[in-house]
Design a protein around this ligand. Structure first.
Ligand SMILES: C[S@@+](CC[C@H](N)C(=O)[O-])C[C@H]1O[C@@H](n2cnc3c(N)ncnc32)[C@H](O)[C@@H]1O
Length: 278
């Protein structure tokens, strides 16, 4: 393969993948911004850069998510390492972080639990903004915990500890002021699992039995044992699961039960406060 200019290689890429994707991939390989691509269109790529880019174009044309190719994704105000062992953090999950930050403050030490931490995006972001608080982040996937631990160290966030475990199982008799979770909630037969990025993400991170409600239901029912009096549980769920979640919260005596819309106006997070003495 002869060396090509930025313009020539982008023209080749456009035949197979989306223009924006081509720019993002080339920017990552060259470690430059978009303006650089436009203003240096006649710059020659090295052979190594050319081969690397064309390999990524091929993988992208087969559907591999951009974040798994570049190995990173921005979430809130940080960049997180990702691999195909973790869910790619979604912009709509930032709502969960905003709500958690509203329930806590910079001058009070809270104990916060993030269930199903994946890349650690939620836990690490909250820990970074609530430096007096202690965040515990649980995941059943050893590979996910190792990525989350790497992200915390890379972002110099030290007030988060990682636990490998099945939801609450490794937490013995600990209590938390706030539990947050973005659990798997897609129904196992949902056709979206066969489309787009979801085809490449871990099933363990995406889908759950009982029309996607299995993990949500377990977490809502078990959370009261792990909440301080007046502690909160906030969870992300599917676009059509808010009513069912609120019923579950009600059944185990949560109060102040509410659902919150994401930027697209879709009810995305539901939560409640546990005031009964547990
Ligand atoms: C939807 S992903 C959320 C990842 C991350 N919190 C985020 O929002 O980007 C759900 C996570 O739950 C984890 N998980 C699935 N079953 C679990 C279980 N039984 N116990 C603990 N974590 C589990 C998965 O490994 C995955 O990382």
């Amino acid at each position: 393969m002869p060396s090509l200019t930025i313009e020539q290689i982008l023209l080749r890429a456009y035949q197979r993948i989306d223009k924006i994707d081509a720019h993002l991939l080339l920017q990552h390989i060259l470690a430059v911004n978009h303006a650089f691509l436009l203003t240096h269109s006649d710059q020659m790529l090295t052979l190594e850069q050319t081969n690397h880019f064309l390999h990524w174009v091929l993988q992208r044309s087969e559907g591999v998510p951009i974040a798994y190719l570049t190995g990173q994704r921005e979430f809130y105000d940080s960049v997180f390492k990702v691999s195909n062992a973790v869910l790619i953090p979604r912009p709509e999950t930032e709502l969960l972080v905003d709500l958690a930050l509203n329930l806590t403050s910079t001058d009070r030490a809270c104990r916060i639990l993030d269930l199903g931490t994946g890349s650690g995006a939620i836990a690490i972001t909250i820990a970074k903004h609530r430096t007096l608080s202690q965040v515990t982040a649980v995941d059943i996937s050893v590979d996910a915990i190792s990525i989350a631990d790497w992200n915390a160290k890379n972002l110099c966030v030290s007030n988060v500890r990682f636990v490998i475990g099945n939801w609450f199982a490794e937490l013995s008799d600990e209590k938390f002021d706030l539990i947050i979770t973005n659990p798997p909630y897609v129904a196992e037969n949902d056709p979206h699992l066969q489309q787009g990025d979801l085809r490449f993400e871990p099933k363990l991170a995406l889908s759950a039995d009982h029309s996607g409600m299995n993990c949500i239901s377990h977490i809502i029912q078990t959370a009261p044992q792990y909440l301080e009096k007046d502690g909160w549980l906030l969870l992300e769920h599917g676009y059509d699961q808010a009513d069912e979640c609120k019923q579950l919260f009600k059944r185990v005596n949560f109060t102040n039960i509410c659902s919150y819309p994401d930027l697209a106006g879709i009810m995305r997070v539901s939560g409640g406060q546990f005031s009964a003495s547990s």
